[in-house]
Design a protein. Structure first.
Length: 301
């Protein structure tokens, strides 16, 4: 770095810092040109010479050998879309994921052991107090393959301020929040399935009410969804409801009304489990049996 007030040495006239070296006009060198000095080796260091540019007209490639033209190769299929760094797989909007694990009818019935390890999506239906959330959580905890539990009531209560509680009356606001929660659960289930994780969802789906019916779940999760009804007796439901707190606890009249409407699932063709006298582990085993039957002979719904 040059410091002000210090006289900088003048380079020799024949150096790269003086006038240009060489003899571009063909004249002889100046007779009084300074000789190269060893005290300043950098002054006489030649500049690197860039490589010559490539020829402006490269040689044409060799002609292919004579003969019949080769057959056109098929266009390769595009590679599958890979998940991003977080493991999230972007799904096309509105396209349900096909759930694997549906049995081939020619292969015979699916065993409970096979159903316990199959990649499935199960919808556990039942009235308030049926034990849906408890059974679904236990079933997801004890499977030998990755399994997620998605509770619609939990997702509905993600809305804190402005929560439309159905206990205060079913209106357009509670219906809109229910539809939003169901759509959110359906997207979560599809995303889990696309990443190789089974799931079980629970909701109080009514057989005679399209707004909270099976059609929305089938649309959001996919046609491979396996619905199973958990329907204990009314006395058991009333007893379990009495142990609840907060907005999860309903009046006895409301529980009885919901339970009576759930009886419409009898004769629907869906598997029904009466867990009035069954503990959670036994109910989960019965759920495995229902899933195995559904994989062998999917119910029409």
């Amino acid at each position: 770095m040059q410091q002000y007030g210090t006289q900088r040495p003048v380079p020799p006239s024949g150096s790269p810092q003086g006038r240009p070296q060489g003899n571009p006009q063909g004249h002889p060198p100046h007779p009084h040109a300074h000789p190269r000095s060893a005290a300043h080796p950098g002054w006489n260091t030649p500049h690197p010479v860039p490589p010559p540019p490539p020829p402006s007209h490269p040689a044409p490639p060799a002609a292919p050998p004579a003969g019949p033209p080769p057959a056109s190769a098929p266009t390769p299929a595009p590679p599958p879309r890979a998940p991003d760094a977080t493991g999230h797989l972007r799904l096309p909007p509105g396209a349900p994921v096909q759930i694997s694990g549906t049995a081939d009818p020619a292969a015979g019935p699916v065993t409970v052991e096979a159903a316990h390890t199959a990649a499935v999506a199960v919808l556990l239906i039942g009235p308030a107090g049926a034990g849906k959330t408890t059974v679904a959580r236990y079933w997801a905890d004890t499977r030998r393959v990755p399994t997620a539990h998605i509770s619609l009531d939990d997702v509905r209560e993600w809305v804190r301020s402005g929560f439309a509680d159905p206990q205060s009356g079913w209106n357009e606001h509670s219906e809109a929040q229910y539809r939003l929660a169901r759509r959110t659960c359906g997207f979560a289930a599809r995303n889990f399935l696309a990443n190789g994780i089974s799931c079980i969802l629970d909701d109080a789906v009514f057989p005679d009410r399209p707004v909270v019916g099976l059609g929305g779940w089938k649309r959001h999760v996919g046609p491979g969804l396996i619905p199973v009804v958990l329907l204990p007796g009314l006395e058991v439901v009333l007893e379990r409801n009495a142990e609840r707190t907060g907005n999860r606890r309903l009046s006895d009249e409301e529980v009885a009304r919901i339970h009576g409407r759930m009886a419409g699932w009898y004769g629907s063709g869906l598997p029904i489990i009466d867990n009035s006298r069954q503990d959670v582990a036994t109910t989960a085993r019965l759920l495995d049996e229902a899933v195995a039957r559904a994989l062998t002979s999917p119910p029409s719904w």
